[in-house]
Design a binder for this molecule. Structure first.
Ligand code: PLP
Length: 396
């Protein structure tokens, strides 16, 4: 304390806001076990995994161990896993890498922008793209995919789980359509990995994207499954890393973290983590709907990943709700983090047929492994209160 300072001022009482993070589809906290696994590769084990000396061999071995873990998570061979910088790169690599000028691509209206904008870019540069619609529950109809096939269709790209609603798409049926038509099938499984089991053989896909930071590994690492024997054109030119499918020195700490997160995800399925998660999600969803009228679940009636609930609250603005809850310590979102602040309502919710005002009033609650029963109870006490206050202020 400075000489002469008032003691009461020096020991101000600081009340600490309890922060509850329910925006795990935007990004997840890195689990302590994952931090522990990657830490040595930020320090003592610093070698370039392509170097032939001791330091390189050490990190090469770690990269290959992680590749085995990711392969086990996806049900594929280690040689079919390509490490990337994340979901966006994996999606772009699959879409640009499996098509050439003049090809036709089938995708859906509710894909993440990493897929939609990659397709739009190819459309502008000489490919044709069909965007199949979804129904009111947010589901693609496989018959629409079949009807969209043309003689020059080379790729179907349909996501496994939607990032805003959590709705799981009928990927196995779509995989069969691709197999019958003898064309490639890519699925963006960024929001499915670690939440539901994935078996690439059962899905029948040729490529599948995952991202580390959606499954408790850090941001900036991901992977693309590429079925053995599938010729994929790389996005980057350089060294012959990742069997010439992705040039660039491997992000060893990130890859080690992704491998550990994949291992933890598999252990989680054995320990029924997904059932615990869906019980929390259902408690939150039912608790909110029991206390708030003129509210409902977007994607209700469709199969969903266990951690996501997207709820509309008529007569409020979603953005105001996000701010209001944040002031109370609860982090939620109105949809995709990369679209936050967007003027347009969610392209996913409008594709499902929601009115603009209802789409704008929707909030995504997404849980992670770190959430507790207490988090849910605190959120349940705060959400109805926030809705009531915003509705009082609303001119509608
Ligand atoms: N695909 C989906 C479904 C996503 O939710 C996201 C991120 O929100 C991405 C792709 C992009 O992944 P990344 O942030 O790792 O680039």
């Amino acid at each position: 304390m400075f000489p002469g300072a008032h003691p009461a001022k020096a020991c101000r009482i600081v009340s600490v806001l309890r922060r509850i993070y329910l925006d795990n589809n935007a990004t997840t906290p890195v689990l302590p076990e994952v931090v522990d696994a990657m830490r040595p590769y930020l320090g003592e084990h610093f070698g370039n995994a392509s170097s032939i000396h001791h330091h390189g061999q050490e990190t090469r071995a770690a990269v290959e161990r992680s590749r085995d873990c990711v392969a086990s998570l996806l049900g594929c061979r280690a040689s079919e896993v390509v490490f990337t910088s994340g979901g966006t790169e994996s999606d772009n690599l699959a879409i640009a890498g499996l098509t050439v000028l003049g090809d036709h691509i089938i995708t859906s209206t509710i894909e993440h922008h990493a897929v939609l904008y990659a397709c739009k870019h190819l459309e502008e540069t000489g490919c044709e793209v069909t965007y199949v619609p979804v129904d009111g529950r947010g589901l693609v109809d496989p018959d629409d995919v079949r009807r969209a096939l043309r003689s020059n269709t080379k790729l179907i790209s349909i996501m496994m789980a939607n990032n805003e609603t959590g709705v799981l798409q009928p990927v196995e049926e779509i995989g069969k359509i691709a197999a019958e038509a003898e064309i490639h099938f890519h699925s963006d499984a960024v929001q499915a990995a670690s939440k539901v089991p994935i078996d690439v053989k059962q899905i029948g896909c040729h490529a599948l994207s995952i991202s580390g930071h959606k499954m408790h590994a850090p941001q900036g690492v991901g992977a693309l499954y590429v079925r053995g024997g599938t010729r994929i054109q790389p996005l980057f030119y350089g060294g012959r890393h990742e069997r010439s499918r992705r040039a660039g020195t491997e992000n060893v700490p990130g890859i080690v973290a992704l491998g550990k997160a994949a291992k933890l995800a598999m252990e989680g399925f054995e320990g029924d983590d997904d059932k615990r998660m869906s019980a929390f999600r259902d408690r939150l969803q039912q608790g909110i709907l029991a206390q708030v009228d003129e509210a409902g679940v977007n994607g209700d009636g469709a199969p969903r990943v266990p951690n996501t609930s997207n709820i509309y609250f008529d007569h409020i603005e979603g953005e105001s709700m996000v701010i209001s809850l944040d002031l109370k310590g609860v982090a939620v979102s109105t949809g995709a983090a990369c679209s936050s602040g967007a003027i347009e309502p969610s392209h996913v919710l409008t594709a499902m047929g929601l009115r603009t005002d209802r789409a704008r009033s929707s909030i995504r609650f997404s849980l992670g492994k770190q959430n507790t029963a207490e988090d849910i109870e605190v959120a349940l006490a705060l959400v109805p209160e926030a809705v009531a206050r915003l509705r009082e202020l609303s001119p509608a």
